[in-house]
Write a protein that binds this ligand. Structure first.
Ligand code: ZN
Length: 399
């Protein structure tokens, strides 16, 4: 009798993206560590072997990849999935010419407060399943549509039942009942609300933007969270220039997210962090708000570590598709297909400071995405096409 977990060999992989730097760089880009004619062996929830198909060891089960490409599951390091309601009308109005501002968030706040906890959880689960079907195996998600002590804590409790990557974003916008006194709201976010929320979260975030929180307020929020053991990440420089990116680097944030409007000093700050602060680009937001694209090429050429994420939320970026974001990044942001796929997998893992995901190497979590396509390039080459042929999460085949 053996209690050894079941082993599975996946062979017939035309193109395996490992993101293992020890396998050497691709032609001229990030270290995708591609193995052709490859196989992967998983045991329990872990990868235990990768290599050439002809050398694959025997296993209990076998899956034939039929000449497809196998990638690490996508790591979506920036979403807002604890919400209720819908903002279809706002989207339609925007596509008719009305600009996006931070204020639309309050529409979702009202709907989220009015929802039951069961409804919030069902909506979260529905979106997580939607993302999983598209190859996303790790998801970060945030509060930020409650904006009261109880509503923020409730959002984080719900999120923490489904992911370990939970972010306290009480400082999303000033709560409507504090509109006349933002300082009092910052006191609440850094005081009683933080006390109620910190036990449920790993990260703290702030929307540092005109119309949301300025540099001093953002610093107060992030340092209060850091003092409680939460690690900072920042919504920075989305709608215009501002102090968010430099603040993120100064405070050792894991990521500065959006990075659409950057000065040379912002780019230099990110580069000088040497990967400690990842620039997380969220092209779904620019797509959905018809805004200028972030310049990924400028960041990559400066040596900045770049991640891609969906920013999935009902207002400014209602897509859960990492493949769509990869395609946008390649088409409009100056990224090569290799760079975009790395950013959507290993880049997201870096933004979440995770070494166990975003790669297919012995010891990593068996989070795998099988494409019905001969290489990862097809994610950008064939945009909008349902290429996902299989998804494993923690060694369990989910799709
Ligand atoms: Zn966001």
């Amino acid at each position: 009798m053996s209690t050894r977990p079941t082993t599975t060999v996946i062979d017939g992989i035309a193109h395996l993206v490992t993101n293992d730097p020890s396998l050497g760089p691709s032609d001229d880009g990030p270290p995708l560590g591609v193995i052709r004619d490859a196989a992967v062996v998983i045991e329990g929830d872990r990868v235990v072997w990768t290599g050439a198909s002809r050398n694959a060891p025997a296993a209990d089960d076998r899956v034939d990849a039929r000449g497809g490409a196998l990638l690490p599951g996508f790591v979506d390091s920036h979403t807002h999935l604890v919400f209720a309601g819908d903002r279809t009308e706002e989207f339609s109005a925007r596509m008719s010419g009305r600009p996006y501002t931070a204020g639309g968030i309050r529409t979702t706040v009202a709907a989220t407060r009015a929802a039951t906890e069961a409804d919030l959880e069902a909506n979260l689960v529905r979106h997580l399943r939607e993302a999983l079907r598209q190859g996303t195996t790790t998801v970060e998600t945030k509060s930020g549509y409650g904006l009261t002590v109880e509503d923020e804590a409730r959002s984080l409790r719900v999120a923490a039942r489904h992911t370990s990557e939970v972010t306290y974003l009480g400082a999303h916008v000033v709560a409507p009942e504090h509109a006349g006194d933002p300082a009092a709201y910052v006191d609440l976010v850094t005081g009683e609300m933080l006390d109620a929320c910190a036990p449920h979260a790993r990260w703290i975030d702030v929307f540092c933007e005109r119309g949301a929180f300025d540099g001093d307020q953002a610093r107060a929020v992030l340092t209060a969270g850091r003092d409680r053991g939460l690690i900072p990440r920042v919504h920075a420089n989305q709608l215009g220039h501002g102090p968010g990116v430099r603040l993120a680097v100064e405070l050792g944030a894991a990521s500065a997210d959006h990075c659409t409007h950057l000065t040379d000093a912002d780019v230099d700050a990110l580069a000088s962090s040497a990967g400690r602060t990842v620039a997380t680009l969220l092209p779904g937001a620019e797509f959905s708000t018809r805004a200028p694209w972030p310049d990924a090429r400028r960041l990559l050429d400066a040596g900045v570590t770049v991640a891609l994420s969906t920013d999935c939320n009902p207002g400014s970026s209602y897509t859960s598709s990492m493949g769509f974001c990869v395609a946008l990044a390649v088409r409009d942001m100056g990224m090569t297909p290799d760079e975009a796929v790395w950013a959507a997998t290993a880049g997201g893992a870096a933004a979440l400071r995770r070494a166990d995901v975003g790669r297919i190497t012995p010891g990593a979590r068996a989070d795998l995405l099988l494409l019905d396509a001969p290489s990862h390039v097809h994610l950008a080459y064939r945009p909008g096409v349902p290429l996902v042929a299989g998804v494993w999460r923690g060694g369990v085949r989910e799709v």
